[in-house]
Design a protein around this ligand. Sequence first.
Ligand code: ATP
Ligand code: MG
Length: 419
Amino acid sequence: MIQKVRGTRDILPPESRLWLEVEAIAQRVLGGFGYEEIRLPLLEPTELFVRSVGEATDIVGKEMYTFSDRKGRSLTLRPEGTASVARAFIENGLAQRPSPLRVSYLGPMFRYEKMQRGRYRQFAQIGIELLGAATPQADAEVVLALHTFLAELGFDDLVIVLNNLGDPEDRPRFIELLLRELAGHRDELCADCRRRWETNPLRILDCKVPRCRELVSATTPVAEVVSEEAQRHVDAVEAMLRGLGVEVRRAPRLVRGLDYYLRTVFEVVSPELGEDTVICGGGRYDRLIADLGGPQVPGVGFAIGEDRLIEVLPAAFRERVLGRRPVAVLPVGEAAAGRALELVRALAVRGLSAQAEVSGRSLKAGLKWAGKLDARTVVIVGGDELTAGAVVVRDLDRGEQQEVPIAELGDFIARTGEA
Ligand code: ATP
Ligand code: MG
């Protein structure tokens, strides 16, 4: 038997309904904030991620699905969305459009990681990017859109944590201080961090090894070393969000796993998954587009891990979506087979959903099938009722049934059925 690739998942019905519903709400809420979908390739030149995410990050260093195509070009299955948005912004001359540009994206990302709960090799992200505005208000809007989306899904226990990474100019000063403060404990750091010391010291702050964390927790937080301008910026973001009723918590040691962020960075954590399993990450990246050879266009955005989001969906949401029960349409007698399909079509074009029995079951076997489907409403098509232009609608829960004229079936199902 051929099995799926390690780290990929089959999302089966009815679980897939949760995904569709989450995505529909994302489109509605984020669309409501003015973010329209941009659809980008899953395959990009490897260099795009090396230059944007950063050579010395975990993503580029060890997590990318990179291969040579038949002409020997190095391609990579995208590990994240922002780099592609920046590339598309430059390539399509989107700087010519009214600024700022608001776009959303949704779809699979690929990272070669160790599999565990909430960590897959193919996973999906839902994200937005706001390109062309550098104000604190732009950051606040992005976080507000995120917060509104999560609230629409029914979450009330998620926490938004925020930090200030300062500007790239602040970084050498901070890194020097960090390394000075850690210098006495250099040997105690994990092998990865000892390597990061040389290649990308900021990543030491992101290490999950307990001893590294302990050592890092005694160092001066990055937010205390940033310029006054950067400080004013992130303070203003925070104040604006408070004014909007969005609770954010400062996390002085939060850094993100990608090099392009500056000033505002944030994450969403769930008490259920714990602090190591982040639902969403985001922040400001004012140099990214210019670094990739484009115009000086600032940006801010977030990416939600859809797999993780779905794992912690509020029970009420799950029940509402998974609790929907099908309507079964049961033809009795050969003459009714085509009529059953006709009824399904009529219901389908009204936006209702029903399943026809197409295996030639008898009435008795058909009712058993409907029961297994967990249908509540069964439409029985055939016999004298059909000749008279009617069907029998049976409520399996109540064990009651009644005759309904075919012309009124849609209204009847819309009123009483679960579809
Ligand atoms: P982590 O620290 O958990 O590795 P990350 O910082 O690498 O996350 P980002 O690159 O910021 O993650 O991606 C944004 C979101 O995408 C994460 O918050 C998470 O919800 C989701 N995500 C990232 N990697 C995976 C993965 N391998 N499997 C499932 N979801 C993921
Ligand atoms: Mg990661």
